[in-house]
Design a binder for this molecule. Structure first.
Ligand SMILES: [Zn+2]
Ligand SMILES: [Zn+2]
Length: 427
């Protein structure tokens, strides 16, 4: 195939079993959303670029380097959404959803686009399962949503090395004194940090704490800790969060270096980390509180909390852990036409096919002009449970031969009996 028309780097095709698994994952998650009282929101794949600049933050990596942005034919700057929160918040404000019953609890499945270096489980078109809840300012909603996530992980049997890491990054007030302290510390050690960190020190200071380079992580060990700078209100909320998690029997660890890459977070941020079979830690999910975003996008002051989880990563993790997905329903009945060209056999075969499907019995007939032998072989290959043979005799006597493909047993039955028998087999 011509290289120029292969799928672009960082994208993937899902088909067969994996496409089926994909939908099974969503179905399981949807059921849990019902249980916890969340409703779905579906927003456009693209928005005006300004929305992401104003929400995600102009100085973030996402906006600076990773967005798929273009001018449309009308000359407006459009961006394929790099994440789901901004669009969800925009939709809530625009449709007056925040004037209704609060808390408003929403979930979505959104394909997002980021120009990143592709790696295992990370794609340039990525699918996010996200949750955004509006109107509740305290730790209760956070713990309720985290317990919902525990339920999801339990449902998927993700337990190996599963760790909940939490942190508080404070509010506008206390973050100021923390940022001052950090600035002072970074100024002393600037030259010892990597070049990316040195750039971040000027633009997106907190992200320095995120750096995975060895020399930076070592330096960050002794950097000032946000939790030591929290104002009384933020401290109180952070302790309440910990108490409520304990009350619900949810284990956690405090990770002072957890800051999340996006601008809009305040107070609680969290991450779930799982261990892959080869012993690596994999962040499967992250999120936090963002109490000022609604207002900064033109809504009224509304506290909010949310998270996003990459479905590609989840699928990868489940496959690595040999999660038992259910298998797609296979063919129940294959109709073997042994009298090709005979109009009566043709009519009977199509009639039978229609009647079987009416009863929700998965049925097929030959569409490839195959010989009888080849039809049986094909039925075997698609794992059909039964074959019904239709030939000249069957047309005359109206007796059909039903062959059980698993044990090769054959039964002769009249038309109605076959239908009844197969219906019973379904139950
Ligand atoms: Zn504070
Ligand atoms: Zn660094």
């Amino acid at each position: 195939m011509n290289q120029n028309i292969l799928a672009p780097r960082g994208t993937q095709d899902l088909f067969g079993k994996r496409a089926y698994r994909w939908h099974e994952i969503k179905k399981i998650i949807r059921n849990i959303m019902d249980l916890y009282g969340l409703s779905e929101i579906i927003t456009p794949t693209f928005e005006y670029t300004e929305l992401f600049e104003r929400s995600v933050g102009e100085e973030t990596d996402v906006v600076q380097k990773e967005m798929y942005t273009f001018l449309d034919k009308g000359g407006r700057s459009i961006t394929l959404r790099p994440e789901g929160t901004a669009g969800a918040v925009r939709a809530c404000i625009q449709n007056n959803l925040l004037q209704g019953n609060l808390p408003l609890k929403l979930f979505y499945f959104a394909n997002c686009f980021r120009y990143e270096k592709p790696q295992a489980g990370r794609f340039r078109e990525l699918n996010q399962f996200g949750v955004e809840v509006f109107g509740a300012s305290g730790a209760e909603i956070e713990v309720d949503m985290i317990s919902m996530l525990m339920r999801i992980f339990a449902e998927f049997k993700i337990t190996r090395g599963l760790t909940l890491a939490i942190n508080s990054i404070g509010c506008k007030v206390c973050r100021k004194s923390y940022v001052d302290a950090l600035n002072e510390y970074f100024a002393k050690h600037k030259e010892s940090y990597c070049s990316t960190c040195q750039t971040r020190m000027n633009k997106n200071l907190l992200r320095v704490l995120d750096c995975k380079q060895e020399k930076c992580t070592a330096l960050n060990e002794t950097a000032p800790k946000i939790t030591e700078y929290l104002c009384p209100d933020c401290k109180k909320e952070f302790i309440r969060l910990q108490n409520l998690l304990q009350l619900n029997g949810i284990a956690f660890k405090i990770d002072n270096k957890l800051v999340r890459g996006l601008d809009y977070y305040n107070r609680t941020v969290f991450e779930f980390i799982a261990r892959t079979p080869d012993g690596n830690n994999l962040a499967v999910l992250g999120g936090g509180r963002y109490d000022d975003l609604v207002q900064s996008l033109g809504g009224s002051q509304t506290p909010a909390f949310g998270f996003g989880m990459g479905l590609e990563r989840l699928l990868m993790l489940l496959e690595e852990q040999n999660y038992e997905f259910s298998t797609p329903k296979s063919c129940d009945v294959f109709i073997v036409n042994a009298s090709k060209g005979n109009p009566d056999a043709e009519t009977l075969a199509w009639q039978l096919l229609a009647d079987l499907r009416k009863q929700n019995i998965a049925s097929e007939l030959d569409v490839m002009q195959r010989s009888v032998k080849a039809q049986f072989k094909y039925a075997d290959k698609i794992n059909a449970n039964f074959c019904i043979v239709i030939g000249e005799d069957e047309c005359k006597t109206k007796m059909l031969t039903l062959k059980n493909m698993k044990n090769s047993e054959e039964k002769q039955m009249v038309y109605e009996e076959v239908l009844n028998y197969l219906c019973q087999q379904q139950q």
